[in-house]
Design a binder for this molecule. Structure first.
Ligand code: BGP
Length: 465
């Protein structure tokens, strides 16, 4: 009998402000980089004009309906809810000297509602968005000044919510900037590697400054980083493929190495030199980077393969993150390869590397749900996916990995990040809305709702396998 989940394991779900809240200009909110990408992070930029509309402008109207949604999460037994604060609700343009009180008050109401049900908030400071004002007027994270704007925002929310929020994350999937520079660091798509890595450096410094501020202002809080857990396997046992895999895994582990160890890893020197990249790192930056995170959080959806065979690489271009498919795995409707055992491998790798607690803050299956004639939704495929991954999480715990919790992605249907689709659903709760924005926004429990309720109630003992 393998070891079970710890008694205080934080079971729950994860959403992000820009994918659920809607109310995109309400109560003084400013435009964010998410608002100017109404078709998602891979869907291009659209200048916004008064009166136009995009699917995320309303999303699932969480801004107004959160009491109903929190109640449903509580019914499933959630101990934790991960969401983010929209930076633009607090500093609408990013460079104001005073925060927007209406924005701060919204999150007070949200956190109070969670507290009513004993749900622990896990809050991301920046989930795939930043004030568009900072992009337009300052050049996003390419500009050093953005560090100070972010620090002011972070200190403001730490002060305000110090008694309500004890778990924080800095930047969502911080390594995603390599694939989506506008979303990640506020730089135009197609920016040079030099520009992107300089912006990333500024963001890493800002992340460390937020860690320091959090420790100062809320000494009993824990703050983590957040990585897209993009584990890669060698496609073959050819040493060249194994070496290439090691290097490609370092491209994302680099972020964790800086955030956990407090300095740039040695291998990046050669990485930058080989590519003619020179990063401006000041003595003050080096000192700041030494504030390191308390835990490591990550998202996990899939794995991919690496090969040195150019023909195969050519074929893979355009796949998500350009990864070469694994011939041994099945794929989701969106071509994401399903690999439950990969999460155990990843957790062991991360724990071996860092010896810090882990928090799985995203995992789930995006699928098309077809309601039956009576309106019920029998999402057995989602149950299977989640069950199989959680069994592997349990194995990792038995391997000795310390894990704080698990928040499945999108416990309620929401707008997808990549392409802003509604038809790509992750939820235990169905939301009546389609890709065109039609629908009543009514919430309905899917079959997986009852399954997850049982998993939490039994602290994982009901899992099969
Ligand atoms: C992660 C993001 C989330 C989320 C998820 C699923 O990269 O942190 O915001 O949406 O992926 O991706 P998608 O919504 O594109 O299916």
């Amino acid at each position: 009998m393998s070891q079970q989940f710890p008694d205080d394991f934080l079971w729950g779900g994860a959403v992000a402000a820009n994918q659920v809240e809607g109310a995109y200009l309400t109560d003084g909110k400013g435009l964010s980089t998410s608002d100017i990408q109404p078709h998602g992070i891979f869907g291009g930029v659209v200048e916004r004009h008064p009166g136009d509309s995009g699917i995320k402008d309303v999303a699932i109207d969480f801004y107004h309906r959160f009491p109903e949604d929190i109640k449903l999460f509580a019914e499933m037994g959630f101990r934790c809810l991960r969401t983010s604060i929209a930076w633009t609700r607090i500093f609408p343009q990013g460079d104001e000297s005073e925060p927007n009180e209406a924005g701060l008050a919204f999150y007070d109401r949200l956190f109070d509602e969670m507290a009513n049900y004993g749900i622990t908030p896990l809050i991301t400071l920046s989930h795939y968005e930043m004030p568009y004002g900072l992009v337009k007027n300052y050049g996003g994270w390419g500009n050093r000044q953005t560090i100070a704007f972010f620090e002011r925002y972070a200190r403001t929310v730490f002060q305000r919510y110090q008694h309500k929020v004890k778990y924080w994350l800095t930047f969502n999937e911080i390594n995603m900037s390599l694939h989506a520079p506008l979303t990640g660091v506020g730089l135009p798509e197609g920016s040079s590697k030099q520009a992107v890595y300089q912006a990333i450096h500024h963001q890493l410094v800002a992340s460390a400054k937020a860690v320091k501020a959090c420790h100062e202002i809320i000494p009993d809080a824990k703050i983590g980083n957040m990585l897209l857990g993009g584990l890669l396997y060698p496609l073959s046992s050819k040493p060249q493929d194994v070496m290439e895999t090691l290097q490609q895994n370092r491209e994302w582990l680099f972020f964790g190495d800086v955030q956990v160890r407090g300095h740039y890893p040695a291998y990046m020197q050669r990485f930058f030199a080989d590519r003619g990249i020179a990063i401006d790192i000041t003595a003050e930056d080096r000192a700041a980077l030494q504030s390191t995170v308390d835990f490591i959080s990550f998202s996990y959806y899939m794995t991919g393969c690496v090969t040195t065979d150019e023909a195969l690489n050519q074929k893979a271009r355009g796949n998500i993150l350009d990864m070469v498919p694994n011939p041994h795995l099945e794929s989701s409707d969106w071509g994401w390869q399903i690999d439950p055992q990969g999460i155990r491998i990843l957790m062991n790798e991360l724990y071996d590397r860092y010896q810090k607690p882990l928090f799985i803050v995203e995992n789930g299956l995006g699928a098309v749900d077809k309601p039956e004639a009576d309106g019920s939704i029998n999402d057995d495929y989602r149950i299977t996916y989640l069950n199989d991954h959680l069994v592997q999480v349990r194995e990792a715990i038995a391997d000795g990995v310390e894990v704080l919790g698990y928040t499945s992605w999108g416990p309620i249907d929401l707008v997808s990040a990549s392409k802003a689709e509604f038809s790509k659903r992750y939820g235990f709760i169905y939301v009546d809305r389609d890709d065109q924005g039609n629908g009543s926004l009514e919430r309905r429990r899917k079959k997986s709702f009852f399954w997850y309720r049982e998993v939490i109630a039994s602290n994982g003992a009901s899992l099969k396998g």
